[in-house]
Each structure stands twice: as structure tokens, then as C-alpha cells.
Ligand binder design. Structure first.
Ligand SMILES: Cc1cc2nc3c(=O)[nH]c(=O)nc-3n(C[C@H](O)[C@H](O)[C@H](O)COP(=O)(O)O)c2cc1C
Length: 307
């Protein structure tokens, strides 16, 4: 199975992607950037440019993601990324549930009005020169909304429809609804990528019983918790203690360059541990130390305790 690394704002930037790729190898067929919002007058932020620079993504099959409800802004940013950075596919974010995003009709907000979504897709498919994929949720309030949304998606040559199997109001907390995805696999004419709630082999087996009918599986929080997850799901070995140690040290060193000062560095390392900590259920004392610490030396001592 091909696995894709989900876009996760604040987490799956290029430092993270390179660390996974260098320590765990070619476990992902594709990596999606956290969303980039067009800023037509001022252009991309330097952080966003760095994230998609080819030299920062060597050996990585990158799909930049755009969050916008304005088709002209989408087209102009997509064409800039394609022409200046050479990435041949762009992904549309039609899933973000954050209130500030949805209130402007962006992210999941695009699913509120199917006619506007249709008009948006019509425009971007005629104005863009590269492949376009879409990452969508099932709807706003009810999974029944997906039937109408899918009819719209099927009108366009979407290269892959990545379905995060939740509705907007599920946010990230409520369980995924894989049945809705499984139910369309026989009839949908678009290549489908499944996303939602895969943390281990059991989830993988049970959530998508007929894997021959999907193009790929996108992994989010499960993969941040366990960076060897795609390897394991393809029948490979679990992460070794040495790999986890090297992975941590690599992130720590690279984050040092990115986030100046102890407080931002520790903030980002703690965020990583809020996921990876689940790999170490018998290290609750050291994990608590990590959560509490304000000093690098204390942090490193607690990390040593874990490894
Ligand atoms: C902290 C965080 C940031 C995220 N950022 C993005 C994003 O930038 N673009 C996007 O399409 N989805 C984003 N997502 C959603 C994930 O890509 C994924 O769809 C979601 O976590 C469900 O997959 P999972 O259950 O395997 O985690 C984010 C999720 C989290 C938890």
C-alpha cells in the first residue's frame, strides 16, 4: 500500500519530513505540506517558501496544499508554486474545521454550499496547469451530505480525492466514519485516498476492509505518534529504540536551527512528545518531566530517561 504523510500545521514542515525520510527511509509515497493561504498583495511568507523549496525537499515527493475560497487567488498561487518551484500537483484544503477558516468559506467551509464549491472547482480546473487533488471532509453536520458533494467532485478530473472520514463538527475528536468511504468504493470514479484514525495494524485492517479499491492511505496523528507506522502497516519491523533515539536527536538539532531560544524549542519538542509519548506507556514519570520542564538540560535528562 502507498502511504501519504498528512499535512499537519506546525508539525509536518520540511524539517520533520526530512527527519522521517532520512531515518525511516522511503516509507511515504507522498508528503503534503501544511496549508498555505494565498496573500495576493504580499506573497508567500518566507517560512512557506522555505517549506516548498526543492533543496529542502530532496528525495521527497511533495504536494503543496492551498487553503482558499477565492478561485483567482488559488489559481495564481498554484501557478506560482508550479512554475517557480516545479511541484507538479497541488492539493486543495476542503477540510480544515477551524472557526476562523470556516467563517470565510475556506477549508470545511467550502462544503456548506455545494453550488459555490462547484463554481470554485470549475474555475480552478480551467485556470490551473498542474494536477489538482482535493482533501475533503464528509460534510458539515451529517455524513449524508457527502452524496451530493461527491457528485460535484466527480464532475472534475481530480487526480486523487483524499477523504478525511469525518464531518466538520466532528473536529478531530469524534471517531472517524470509515463506512461512508467504504460504501462509495465500488461506484466512485475518482481515485480515493482514505484518511482518519489509523494508529495501528488493527485500525488499518478494520477501517478499510477492501484495500484493493483505494489508491492510498493518508496517515496523520498515528504517524506522528509512531514514525515507523507506514513500515509496520506494510508488514515491516517496528521502530527500534535506536531509530527513535536518532529520530529525536535529529528533530532536536534541526528544531534548534528553526526555533531560536529555549522556550520555542521546548514548546515544539513537547508538542512532538504529546504524540510520541504514547509509544512509551511505561515512562510516564519521564514524560511528565518533559511536559513540566522549562530548561534544556532538564529536558535532555528526561529524554535520556526514556531512551
Ligand atoms: C495539529 C493538526 C494540524 C493539521 N493541519 C492540517 C493542514 O494544514 N491541512 C490539512 O488538510 N489537514 C490538517 N490537519 C488534518 C490532518 O491532515 C488529518 O486529516 C487529520 O488529523 C485526520 O487524520 P488522523 O485521524 O490520521 O490524524 C491537521 C490536524 C492536526 C491534528
Amino acid at each position: 500500500m502507498d502511504f501519504y504523510l498528512a499535512p499537519m500545521e506546525g508539525i509536518t514542515g520540511y524539517t520533520y519530513r526530512n527527519a522521517v525520510h532520512d531515518i525511516f527511509g522511503d516509507v511515504y509515497a507522498r508528503y503534503f505540506t501544511p496549508f498555505i493561504s494565498p496573500r495576493p498583495k504580499i506573497g508567500m511568507q518566507s517560512k512557506e517558501r522555505k517549506d516548498i523549496l526543492p533543496e529542502n525537499n530532496k528525495g521527497i515527493n511533495l504536494i503543496p496544499q492551498i487553503l482558499s475560497s477565492n478561485p483567482d487567488h488559488f489559481i495564481s498561487l498554484a501557478n506560482e508554486i508550479y512554475e517557480e518551484y516545479g511541484w507538479s500537483e497541488i492539493n486543495l484544503n476542503a477540510g480544515c474545521p477551524a472557526k476562523t477558516v470556516v467563517s470565510h468559506g475556506r477549508g470545511s467551509g467550502m462544503l456548506k454550499n455545494p453550488d459555490s464549491l462547484d463554481a470554485f472547482l470549475e474555475k480552478i480546473f480551467s485556470g490551473c496547469h498542474m494536477k489538482l487533488s482535493v482533501k475533503t471532509r464528509l460534510g458539515i453536520l451529517n455524513e449524508e451530505e457527502f452524496e451530493e458533494l461527491l457528485k460535484i467532485y466527480e464532475k472534475y478530473p481530480i487526480s486523487e480525492l483524499i477523504i478525511h472520514a469525518r464531518v466538520m463538527t466532528d473536529y478531530y475528536k469524534l471517531p472517524a466514519r470509515p463506512d461512508v468511504v467504504n460504501d462509495i468504493l465500488d461506484t466512485c470514479r475518482l481515485p480515493i485516498v482514505y484518511n482518519g484514525d489509523i494508529y495501528n495494524e488493527n485500525d488499518y485492517e478494520n477501517l478499510i476492509p477492501d484495500k484493493s479499491k483505494i489508491r492510498a492511505v493518508m496517515l496523520g496523528r498515528g504517524a506522528i505518534t509512531n514514525p515507523a507506522l507506514p513500515r509496520v502497516l506494510n508488514g515491516g519491523s517496528p521502530a527500534t529504540p535506536d531509530e527513535m533515539h536518532r529520530f529525536h536527536d535529529r528533530l532536536f538539532e534541526d528544531f534548534k536551527e528553526l526555533y531560536f531560544g529555549d522556550t520555542p524549542l521546548l514548546f515544539h519538542m513537547k508538542e512532538m512528545w504529546s504524540f510520541m509519548g504514547d509509544m512509551y506507556p511505561d515512562k510516564s514519570k519521564a514524560l511528565k518531566e518533559i511536559r513540566k520542564t522549562k530548561k534544556i538540560a532538564e529536558y535532555l535528562a528526561a529524554v535520556n530517561e526514556i531512551f
